[in-house]
Design a protein around this ligand. Structure first.
Ligand code: SPV
Ligand code: MG
Length: 291
């Protein structure tokens, strides 16, 4: 079996654009797999939200690493791990990235913000960056511990998020590409895709761009593909938002109706959950091995 990073690289090469869906647990990853996504995004935002805490470097490395390992073990899709700022300096990054590859991740995404970070899309959020030199060192450190050449290191610049403009984003992306990053994620919170499309138009390096279009949902995959520069699109928080929408609606209905009679018909059956839990496989194992 080839390295999951090699498989993700080949999806990008053959499809032009790989699409990744976020997951906050194995069930959401399995649903994304069944829906036909190419990859799973082990989102820090989603896992933080699942714990009911802000996405601000509050989750521990162990919590996110265990989550990533569970995803990688439970779905066949490549898992792209969100390692935030890398949990410290370049030496911390060596330790952390080696652990993520060992846990079965196809790729890691590391961002050029200062630890502890604040989440990117929060209006008025605290967006403090490390220098481009320091971050290029962290990317080189990440690459230095790669065990399989298929494993992917994605450098993420938050220059646009921090309001530093396209020239700064471009300069940082060049520095990170020079350091050896395999892909460049450029994040933006503008409501239109103009900023990231302008970045893509100016980008001339061989590394493909990664986008997280949460703030500019009108940008379609077809338009991304048409640029010829964008290799991966990450839907950053749509699993937790979809789950929240569904639970809010059903919970309100159960309270307002004083029972589950109507709600029961609007949600999946218990048998559907058994299927997603792979109960059949367990029953087959029982038949074979319980004596
Ligand atoms: C995440 O999903 O954790 C991300 C994307 O890093 S964002 O929340 O937009 O920063
Ligand atoms: Mg994140």
């Amino acid at each position: 079996m080839s390295h999951p990073g090699t498989r993700l690289r080949s999806i990008v090469a053959h499809e032009g654009l790989a699409h990744a869906m976020s997951a906050h647990n194995v069930l959401s990853a399995r649903l994304a797999e069944e829906a036909g996504f190419h990859a799973i995004w082990a989102s820090g935002f989603e896992l933080s939200a699942a714990y009911g805490i802000p996405d601000a470097s509050l989750l521990s490395l162990t919590q996110h690493l265990d989550h990533t390992r569970a995803l990688a073990q439970s779905v066949a899709l490549p898992v792209i791990a969100d390692i935030d700022t890398g949990y410290g300096n370049a030496v911390n990054v060596m330790h952390v990235v080696a652990a993520y590859e060992q846990a079965g991740a196809a790729a890691i995404v590391m961002e050029d913000k200062r630890f502890p970070k604040d989440t990117s899309l929060l209006a008025g959020g605290r967006q403090e960056m490390v220098s481009s030199e320091e971050f290029a060192g962290k990317i080189a450190a990440a690459l230095s511990v790669r065990r399989d050449e298929g494993f992917i290191v994605i450098a993420r610049t938050e220059a646009l998020i921090a309001g530093l403009g396209i020239d700064e984003a471009m300069a940082r992306a060049h520095a990170y590409a020079d350091a050896g990053a395999d892909f460049i994620l450029v994040h933006s919170k503008q409501k239109t895709p103009d900023e990231v499309l302008a970045f893509a138009a100016r980008w001339e390096r061989p590394q493909k761009i990664v986008l997280v279009p949460t703030a500019y949902p009108d940008l379609t995959e077809a338009r991304m593909k048409a640029t010829g520069k964008i290799g991966i699109v990450i839907y950053g928080n749509h699993a937790i938002r979809a789950a929240t929408t569904a639970m809010q609606q059903i919970f309100r209905r159960i309270r307002s109706e004083g029972g589950i009679a109507t709600a029961d018909k609007e949600i999946v059956t218990v048998e559907e959950i058994f299927r997603l839990q792979k109960v059949d496989a367990m029953k087959a194992a029982e038949k074979k091995f319980l004596r």
